[in-house]
Ligand binder design. Structure first.
Ligand SMILES: [Zn+2]
Length: 304
């Protein structure tokens, strides 16, 4: 019985052992799976943490890049704006200077360049030249009655102001001669030739002087107490007054004493504009001593 019992027990024990062994194997397997799962999960979770950190860092880098890009774009735009503004300013100033040049040219186109030309024994004003317009000098300013002296209209106000001021200063000053056409001048020269002979006539009424009278800007001035003669004018207070004041009205003595161009003509005054006359006066020089190129720069301010 014991044997049977033992066998049964053994049999039972053997079955139980298998079950237990199987159970244990399952437990071990489950444990292993759990452990594997756990470690895998841990690793994954670490990876997630790491990726999250990387993402955050990448996001920060991207944010920085975007901020930098925005900033540099904004500064580039600002620079571009400033450059466009500067260019626009430059264009505006160019337009301004072009407008100025155009108005200067318009002003210049209305001024006859002959009015500031130097005339010499080799360069004459054309025989056919005549001023575009002439006006009569009011008779009150003329020395002789009914002479009907003429001058260009732009110069008349300067002449009137000069003679008015001379009168106010107690200096009797009158116009003896003004515009003379080529024909009139030729006739006059003919008279002189008859009276004084050819040599003297050329000196007295010669070619440089006539050119200036033909311009309509030049006058011969005379004062009282000379018996109607031009000669000796330089000894009169009128001449001293003109020497000190004529430039203020734009008039200059074309042929001063000891000039190297022509005989001294103290009565012969040419209008060259206040600016040029003032500069010549200040520099103690005279019109024919100045370079024609320099003179021409005063053309635009001739009637200022
Ligand atoms: Zn003269």
């Amino acid at each position: 019985m014991t044997v049977k019992h033992t066998a049964w027990v053994r049999s039972i024990s053997s079955n139980q052992g298998r079950v237990i062994a199987g159970f244990l194997a399952v437990i071990v397997l489950l444990g292993a799976i759990s452990w594997y799962g756990y470690t895998r999960l841990t690793a994954l979770s670490e990876q997630v943490v790491e990726l999250t950190a990387q993402l955050a860092s990448t996001t920060a880098v991207l944010q920085n890049s975007i901020a930098e890009a925005t900033s540099s774009l904004s500064s580039a735009l600002q620079q571009e704006k400033q450059s466009v503004q500067a260019q626009f300013g430059g264009v505006q100033s160019q337009v301004g200077s072009i407008t100025g040049t155009v108005s200067d040219l318009q002003k210049l186109s209305k001024i006859d360049p002959e009015l500031l030309a130097k005339y010499s024994k080799v360069f004459f004003l054309s025989d056919t030249y005549a001023p575009a317009r002439l006006v009569e000098i009011p008779p009150a300013y003329d020395y002789a009655e009914n002479k009907q002296l003429q001058i260009i209209p732009e110069v008349l106000p300067y002449l009137e102001k000069m003679l008015d001021q001379a009168k106010a200063d107690g200096i009797p000053l009158y116009v003896d001669s003004a515009y003379r056409s080529f024909a009139v001048q030729q006739a006059l020269k003919g008279q002189y030739t008859v009276v004084y002979g050819a040599g003297t006539a050329n000196q007295f009424s010669a070619d440089q002087g006539y050119s200036e009278h033909q311009l309509g800007t030049t006058v011969d001035l005379i004062t009282t107490g000379t018996g109607g003669q031009l000669a000796g004018f330089d000894t009169k207070p009128a001449y001293a007054w003109l020497t000190a004041n004529a430039y203020r009205y734009g008039f200059v003595l074309s042929y001063p004493p000891h000039n190297s161009y022509y005989i001294f003509e103290p009565w012969h005054w040419r209008f060259v504009g206040v600016k040029l006359a003032t500069d010549l006066h200040t520099a103690h020089t005279y019109f024919y001593e100045m370079d024609q190129r320099t003179i021409d720069t005063y053309l635009i301010s001739l009637f200022d």
